[in-house]
Ligand binder design. Structure first.
Ligand SMILES: Cc1cc2nc3c(=O)[nH]c(=O)nc-3n(C[C@H](O)[C@H](O)[C@H](O)COP(=O)(O)O)c2cc1C
Ligand SMILES: [Mn+2]
Length: 436
């Protein structure tokens, strides 16, 4: 497995999946180019950003083949490999020499504005750090937590910081507040892609996501001590911001184009004070658009694995799970080889039980490609019997920020063919000629 972002980029370069842009590009133009690259399913590295002296990378997971290359497995095995490795936790190890501490800026030298963080959507409140791996420790127990949080650039040495209610980090924040303490944070940018995947997992409180990163990598994450806060960070990250938040110190933050591709309005959010910036020479930074391919890959890959395991444990012959039908993980599908007529409803219940935000879930037969929205619509058109295949679960918990009650019910759709009529529902298809 690759050891850091640079090795991952080298792998993509070798595969021919990386576009390296050496012509000058203005900071304002990057967001548009990134969207184009996403359509082309190619990673992009902007190496010549006007007025800035370090590069920016985007679209690290342009499609499922990229994850397969990372995990060194066939594309249709990523979910299985992820779930097999997930529980084999490996604790991080400490090192004393770290590439990410090659350069150190403290005091008056701190200036986060000189790094090419971009404004993502036209009406966003400003430039954002959007791919920061946020590390904190529970002030009571010392257990580490990792998450990804948006941070609006506000000044040379401070940013806005958004943490949702019920996030693990919020529990740490509340604990610090009760103790009358600041909450120290370290934010790593330019991460090993696996570390970001681990940070996007929701393993439950008191689990150190870096042990999951170790599990998924198959080797321990190397950490180095921070210089101004009592935390440790991945030694091979590209850049680290060290600092703290003070409980109840809030400032307006936003608006921000969020993962549903709507703007979240301005709201009072925390402030992150920077006490040190450490980095490599010419650190390679990363941006993630909310509601992009990278965003949905990070958020859905772990949940696909959990749903897959759940259905498997229910003795359902599950073949494929996808929460990537669009660029958010609120709608998903599973392909199963149905063994009993009403089994798809149990599959829906299993999926909804494991992932609270899941809103719509479609069950199809094993001959349908669940990653292809056209295939799903085909199955709905040809196999759904609406009077028996539709399940609505009203008054259930879903995505939390929901003024209009759009997420308080679950919709399950059974688009599988009648069990004893398979011959009549077999697809014509076009079998490939045997390989020469
Ligand atoms: C690109 C990206 C940006 C995110 N931004 C935020 C954010 O600003 N605030 C937030 O609360 N969660 C955000 N999340 C979701 C959390 O990082 C994610 O739910 C994480 O698992 C929470 O971890 P925790 O419960 O261990 O604290 C983001 C996720 C991704 C992939
Ligand atoms: Mn956590």
């Amino acid at each position: 497995m690759v050891k850091d972002l640079r090795e991952y980029l080298a792998l993509l370069r070798q595969k021919g999946w990386l576009d390296e842009i050496t012509q000058p590009r203005s900071l304002d133009s990057l967001a548009g180019f990134m969207t184009e690259q996403e359509k082309k399913e190619r990673t992009v590295l902007f190496d010549n950003i006007e007025g800035y002296d370090c590069p920016m990378v985007n679209n690290l997971f342009a499609n499922r083949d990229f994850l397969a290359a990372l995990f060194e497995c066939p594309t249709d095995q990523v979910t299985q490999v992820f779930s097999q490795r997930y529980d084999e936790r490996i604790k991080p190890v400490m090192v004393t020499q770290a590439p990410v501490q090659t350069k150190v800026y403290t005091g008056d030298q701190i200036d986060v504005l000189r790094f090419p963080f971009i404004q993502h959507a036209p009406k966003d409140g400003g430039r954002y750090i959007s791919a920061g791996l946020v590390i904190a420790k529970d002030p009571r127990t010392g257990v580490r937590n990792c998450s990804i949080n948006r941070m609006q650039l506000k000044g040379k040495d401070y940013t806005g910081f958004r943490m949702s209610p019920r996030q693990d980090l919020e529990a740490y924040y509340n604990a610090a507040k009760a103790l009358g303490q600041r909450l120290e944070l370290a934010v790593a940018v330019g991460n090993h892609p696996i570390d970001l995947l681990a940070a996007a997992c929701g393993p439950g409180r008191d689990v150190d996501e870096l042990e999951i990163a170790g599990a998924l990598r198959g080797e321990p994450v190397e950490l180095v001590k921070c210089l101004t806060v009592d935390l440790e960070v991945p030694a091979r990250a590209e850049l680290v911001l060290e600092g703290y938040i003070i409980p109840d110190e809030l400032e307006p933050e936003g608006p921000f184009g969020d993962f549903m591709e709507f703007y979240v309005p301005v709201m009072p959010n925390n402030i992150f004070h920077i006490t040190a910036i450490t980095c490599r020479e010419r650190p390679i930074l990363q941006s993630i658009h909310a509601g992009s391919r990278d965003d949905v890959t990070l958020l859905s890959t772990p949940r696909e694995a959990v749903i897959y395991n759940m259905l498997h444990s229910m003795n359902i012959d599950v073949r494929q799970v996808s929460l990537q039908l669009c660029n958010n993980y609120l709608t998903g599908a599973a392909a199963i080889r149905k063994q009993l007529e009403d089994e798809p409803k149990n599959a829906m219940l299993g999926a909804f039980a494991t992932f609270k935000f899941l809103k719509n879930f479609i069950v199809v037969d094993h001959d349908v490609d669940v990653d292809d929205p056209k295939e799903i619509i085909w199955a709905l058109s040809t196999r759904l019997r609406a009077e028996r295949g539709v399940m609505v679960l009203p008054h259930t918990l879903g995505f939390g920020r929901d003024e209009y009650g759009i997420h308080t019910a679950k919709l399950g759709l059974d688009a599988t063919a009648p069990l004893d009529r398979w011959d009549e529902f077999e697809r014509t298809g076009h079998p490939l000629p045997p390989e020469s």
